[in-house]
Design a protein around this ligand. Structure first.
Ligand SMILES: *[C@@H]1O[C@H](CO)[C@@H](O)[C@H](O)[C@H]1NC(C)=O
Ligand SMILES: *[C@@H]1O[C@H](CO)[C@@H](O)[C@H](O)[C@H]1NC(C)=O
Ligand SMILES: *[C@@H]1O[C@H](CO)[C@@H](O)[C@H](O)[C@H]1NC(C)=O
Ligand SMILES: *[C@@H]1O[C@H](CO)[C@@H](O)[C@H](O)[C@H]1NC(C)=O
Ligand SMILES: *[C@@H]1O[C@H](CO)[C@@H](O)[C@H](O)[C@H]1NC(C)=O
Ligand SMILES: *[C@@H]1O[C@H](CO)[C@@H](O)[C@H](O)[C@H]1NC(C)=O
Length: 327
């Protein structure tokens, strides 16, 4: 029986919706259903490599953070005037493809979710663990996942605006599509990210300790980055400490492994590169780190994704009152 071929296309489309066949559809089919995604659709139609990254069955489940027309508006205006637009667009959109199935019910869980993407371009990814893509962090509880009350669901990438998720759980053949109203900024180096956040004293400290290149070049690190106010309040130790003490103090603020906030278990201690440990404390809607000597710093901006791991901005340089602190 070939009844189906006599049915008009619209009827088939409606039928498909009713029985859920659209879940088998291509990314183009899914994006075409929402008028807010027409710019993205035309970008994908002109980019078979990106379309394949989303449609190829062999990569397993994926979750696409689909930038709306609003998110792409400024960007595409800029693209026409810049050089290597194809490579850049591929990097940006591959950073919006999470490796795995992450429905909204998953992303909204307290503490948030850190997930690898398909961003493998070595200009933005140096995690040193094979072909894994760099990571995004999704949270409804702020950048460190600790707010007491849920706010908007947003995704954090490289330093810059977080991207709010405005529409959730559109199904397509390989997983989920969530619409974001801003682009996720690509990860930069640690020192590049510190520059964007105006952490000038920290940059001076790294420079005086001759550690900038090591920090930027080492795969898979976590950097606890004190704010500018923290350095000022501590009397600008970046200019006063002898180099060995500065090196030790900076090592004390670094872990030799990328630990996004969900990886930092409450009450657990982690050994820093200075071989002394810091302990994770969660209290009253905030994430803290405690040094051996009793110093305690609050994470004021969590999960800034960098090329070689993650940075958490903290409000104190006095993580430790023993000789490894800055003071
Ligand atoms: C686009 O640029 C304008 C002006 O700079 C700004 O107000 C607006 O927020 C931008 N929109 C996006 C989506 O970046
Ligand atoms: C567009 O270009 C301007 C000037 O170079 C820059 O300030 C702005 O951040 C760019 N916008 C986007 C979305 O990349
Ligand atoms: C979210 O999904 C990931 C990957 O499937 C899984 O490891 C994690 O446990 C899920 N979290 C929640 C809260 O469902
Ligand atoms: C590589 O490291 C990232 C960041 O820690 C992690 O999300 C990813 O699962 C790792 N991949 C492998 C294959 O270990
Ligand atoms: C996605 O995850 C799978 C399973 O963990 C892994 O084999 C694959 O290398 C990952 N791909 C990327 C681009 O990270
Ligand atoms: C930390 O311990 C390791 C292994 O014991 C050693 O190789 C390294 O030099 C030590 N680092 C510091 C800063 O003491």
């Amino acid at each position: 029986m070939k009844m189906k071929s006599y049915l008009p296309p619209l009827f088939l489309f409606l039928l498909a919706s009713v029985v859920g066949i659209q879940a088998q559809g291509t990314i183009s089919n899914a994006l075409a259903m929402d008028g807010k995604l027409s710019t993205l659709l035309s970008i994908l139609n002109n980019n078979p490599a990106l379309t394949q990254l989303l449609d190829d069955k062999s990569y397993g489940q994926r979750t696409f953070l689909a930038p709306s027309n609003t998110a792409l508006a400024n960007y595409t205006a800029n693209l026409t005037s810049s050089g290597n637009t194809q490579t850049l667009m591929e990097a940006i959109l591959s950073y919006h493809i999470m490796n795995g199935s992450f429905p909204a019910s998953n992303l909204t869980s307290p503490g948030g979710v850190a997930a690898a993407t398909f961003l493998q371009n070595s200009q933005y990814t140096n995690l040193g663990n094979g072909s894994s893509g760099n990571v995004v962090y999704a949270s409804q509880y702020g950048s460190s996942g600790e707010s007491n009350t849920p706010g908007k669901l947003e995704v954090f990438g490289g330093v810059g605006n977080s991207a709010p998720i405005v529409t959730t759980d559109i199904r397509y053949g390989n997983g989920y599509v969530h619409i974001v109203d801003d682009l996720l900024p690509l990860p930069q180096t640690c020192t590049g990210s510190m520059g964007k956040l105006s952490l000038s004293s920290l940059l001076v400290a790294l420079n005086n300790a001759e550690l900038s290149q090591t920090l930027d070049g080492t795969p898979h690190v976590t950097c606890f980055a004190p704010t500018q106010d923290a350095f000022t309040a501590a009397g600008s130790p970046e200019n006063k400490l002898p180099k060995p003490d500065l090196v030790n103090a900076l090592m004390f603020h670094t872990l030799g492994k990328a630990m996004y906030s969900p990886d930092l278990k409450t009450g657990a201690s982690y050994q820093t590169l200075a071989n002394q440990s810091i302990k994770v404390v969660r209290d009253g809607g905030a994430l803290y780190l405690e040094g051996d000597g009793g110093g305690k710093a609050k994470v004021v901006m969590g999960n800034v994704i960098v090329k070689n791991g993650v940075m958490h901005v903290i409000d104190q340089v006095r993580l430790s009152f023993s000789k490894v602190g800055f003071c």
